[in-house]
Design a protein around this ligand. Structure first.
Ligand SMILES: [Fe+2]
Length: 216
């Protein structure tokens, strides 16, 4: 499960809720996107500077506070665009002039690489994952051996089933999942592994999924 050599991928567990924040970027130009800046913006900015990285943009998987708490602060230090799904933007608080709404499958350039946005609603109406080759940053759509809650305002377990089974599970089995929380036994895992051990990816159909996720 090698990380492509041209990609910067750095996983950082920060904050009181086992959140993972990420740097995703271009190893050649050292331009990076910060994914879900919510906790310890000082650490994120120091870490970028010490590695010689230039923060070029922000990517948001969704608008829950534990993924966006640090957005205003990081944008005040780095006046860069922050990309969120257009299906999620109306839920984001506070509003910010740097917010850019994106479509499903839209590609966002970071230096010399392009990261693809995959719309995966279910946990929220506009959850999205970020894909570069075999690397998938999943936010709260899927965790190692788990998936996002579907009982929150704006959640929809049927949409989550579609996102998991018809979007994410259609990706190559070698895809490595990098989740939004450190809830599993390991911090990341391949889709092939998850298709064996994740109880939300091993359901025979939507009824079993709804039973597993919602206790219906
Ligand atoms: Fe969330």
């Amino acid at each position: 499960m090698p990380v492509p050599p041209e990609l910067i991928l750095k996983q950082m567990e920060l904050g009181p809720m086992e959140n993972f924040q990420y740097f995703l970027g271009d190893a050649r130009s050292k331009q990076i996107a910060v994914v879900d800046p919510a906790w310890d913006v000082d650490y994120l900015c120091d870490e970028a500077r010490e590695n010689g990285y230039k923060i070029s943009l922000v990517l948001l998987t969704h608008g829950h506070p534990d993924h966006v708490n640090g957005l205003k602060e990081i944008l005040s230090r780095h006046g860069v665009p922050a990309y969120i799904s257009r299906h999620e933007a109306s839920f984001l608080k506070p509003k910010h002039k740097n917010i850019v709404e994106v479509e499903d499958r839209q590609k966002i350039r970071v230096g010399g690489i392009e990261i693809e946005c995959l719309l995966t609603p279910g946990h929220t109406p506009g959850c999205q994952c970020f894909l570069y080759k075999n690397i998938l940053v999943t936010g709260d759509t899927i965790f190692v051996d788990g998936c996002g809650r579907c009982d929150l305002p704006g959640s929809d377990p049927r949409q989550m089933y579609h996102s998991l089974y018809n979007v994410l599970m259609k990706l190559p089995d070698t895809t490595a999942i990098y989740p939004g929380h450190n809830y599993g036994a390991v911090p990341f895992a391949t889709l092939a592994e998850q298709k064996k051990t994740n109880p939300y990816l091993t359901c025979a159909g939507i009824e079993e999924f709804l039973s597993e996720r919602m206790g219906l």
